[in-house]
Design a protein around this ligand. Structure first.
Ligand SMILES: Cc1ncc(COP(=O)(O)O)c(C=O)c1O
Length: 462
């Protein structure tokens, strides 16, 4: 019998987060409405100052607070598993390992940062958090974290996912959060968009605008906004995944992975697994690092690297990132967590620097891959995770053609037990692919033409 699961004990949980910003060239900074780099006080109505400091930090290692560690220990370290049955079915010489983040109570990688963010907010005296959610994984992770740390939580859930995944809402309610469909009648932004387009499916960009509006509009000052991806501090909190994986691969007798794969919505899932290895690659290690996205929302593979807003109503600072334009309305694919117009500036920077090479897959190929996974490994993955599995299968087949014993490592970012409606549609032959037409892309990025363009270390002009 081959060892299928490599566990670390609680004593081996990482005690520090790794900050890739310390090792990359200085990025183009976030810009305020006047086109000048933002200052910490400009973000103060939105985030607590301790997280704003973490956002700007260029320290390589940041200690994880003891109480955060104690909560993470409820499900961490997560197992590293070997996908022996998939390997066998594909007849590949590749060895496929995956970090199983689906074992967290809400079922994905998201609580790694939800717990940290709720903790830092509570330390700063905040009583209530407002947030957005696409697939519902982030909303339920923040609801879970807030319930453990005694904070109130309000979640704006993208309308299409709200309808497709009603039981995610129930999970959030179980953990004490209030969840409304976005756009909603509860904010100016929501009311304006509903008046223009009453049957709009919603987007992460709109839901972010609503949650920020709610946080900034609380006159008591007791509410802040919490984001499930994109920002530096969110990516930082996810690096426990890659740091654990490195230890576990060593225990499995592997020197290092040859290929690292993870799906990317806002980018924190990909960053969490890959960033500790990006550092190895910068030191000369031969590792191929692949973030994966849907062809319906091809931010990394077709979106320009540009300054753009993180939300639809232009309330966030301008971020230097790959983007499809802040007004982009993604088609109603089932991977709700991958329907975002932008991408974390740090992940965008790894792509620009040639340290990561993105790929895009059609929705039906992803479901086909998820079905092969369920038939071999047995578990039912989230639609987002199926994008990574599609790339893993392609890489494993390539290894077979080349007769190469590659080590493939990927992030099993979540289970799909709340996402069965998408599988149902796939099985009934009702799922369509939505490759983004060139003309739609051109129109969508038109809105960023007048914005400054990023150069190394600062804006390069308009
Ligand atoms: C299961 C799952 N995997 C991956 C992602 C993408 O995460 P990120 O925004 O961190 O890239 C999501 C987002 O909701 C998700 O729910």
């Amino acid at each position: 019998m081959r060892e299928r699961t490599i566990n670390l004990s609680g004593r081996d949980i990482p005690r520090r987060w790794y900050n890739l910003a310390a090792d990359l060239p200085a990025p183009a900074p976030p810009l305020g409405p006047d086109g000048a780099p933002i200052t910490p006080d400009m973000l103060a109505p939105v985030f607590p100052m301790n997280l704003i400091e973490q956002e700007a930090s260029r320290e390589r290692w940041i200690d994880i607070p003891e109480e955060v560690l104690r909560i993470l220990l409820r499900w961490r370290p997560t197992p590293l598993r070997r996908a022996c049955y998939l390997e066998e079915r594909l007849g590949t010489p590749a060895r496929i390992y995956y970090k199983d983040e689906s074992v967290s109570p809400p079922g994905s990688h998201k609580p790694n940062t939800a717990v940290a963010q709720a903790w830092y907010n509570r330390q700063f005296g905040i009583r209530r958090l407002a947030t957005e959610t696409g697939a519902g994984q982030w909303g339920s992770a923040l609801a879970f974290a807030c319930s453990l740390l005694g904070l109130e939580c309000k979640v704006y859930m993208v309308r299409i996912s709200f309808d497709q995944k009603p039981l995610r809402k129930t999970m959030m309610r179980i953990w004490g959060a209030r969840c409304v469909a976005s756009p909603s009648a509860e904010t100016e932004t929501g009311r304006r968009i509903l008046a223009e387009t009453p049957d709009i499916p919603g987007s992460l960009g709109i839901a972010i605008s609503e949650a920020i509006e709610e946080a900034v509009g609380d006159a008591s000052g007791g509410t802040r906004y919490s984001l499930g991806s994109v920002l530096n501090h969110v990516l930082l909190h996810q690096t426990v995944i890659g740091l654990e994986a490195r230890e576990q691969l060593a225990l499995a007798g592997e020197r290092r992975p040859d290929v690292i794969i993870a799906c990317a919505g806002g980018g924190s899932n990909f960053a969490g697994l890959s960033f500790p290895f990006v550092r190895d690659r910068m030191d000369g290690a031969d590792i191929e690092i692949i973030p994966v996205e849907p062809t319906a929302c091809p931010t990394m593979t077709r979106g320009p690297f540009a300054y753009d807003y993180g939300d639809t109503a232009c309330m966030t600072p301008l971020l230097a990132m790959h983007t499809l334009g802040h007004g982009f309305m993604p088609p109603p694919i089932h991977a709700g967590g991958l329907r975002y117009h932008g991408l974390a500036p740090l992940v965008s920077q790894t792509i620009v620097e040639g340290l990561a090479t993105p790929r895009a897959y059609h929705q039906t190929q992803c479901y086909e891959s998820a079905m092969l996974w369920a038939a071999t490994e047995g578990t039912i993955c989230a639609p987002e995770t199926s994008h990574a599995i599609a790339a893993v299968i392609e890489e494993a087949r390539k290894a077979k053609e080349e007769g190469r014993e590659k080590v493939i490592l990927f992030n099993y970012s979540g289970h799909g037990l709340m996402d069965l409606a998408g599988y149902d549609k796939y099985l009934s032959g009702e799922l369509a692919d939505y490759p983004l037409p060139e003309e739609a892309l051109r129109r969508s990025i038109e809105v960023i033409r007048h914005l400054p363009r990023p150069g190394r270390g600062g804006p390069a002009g308009r």
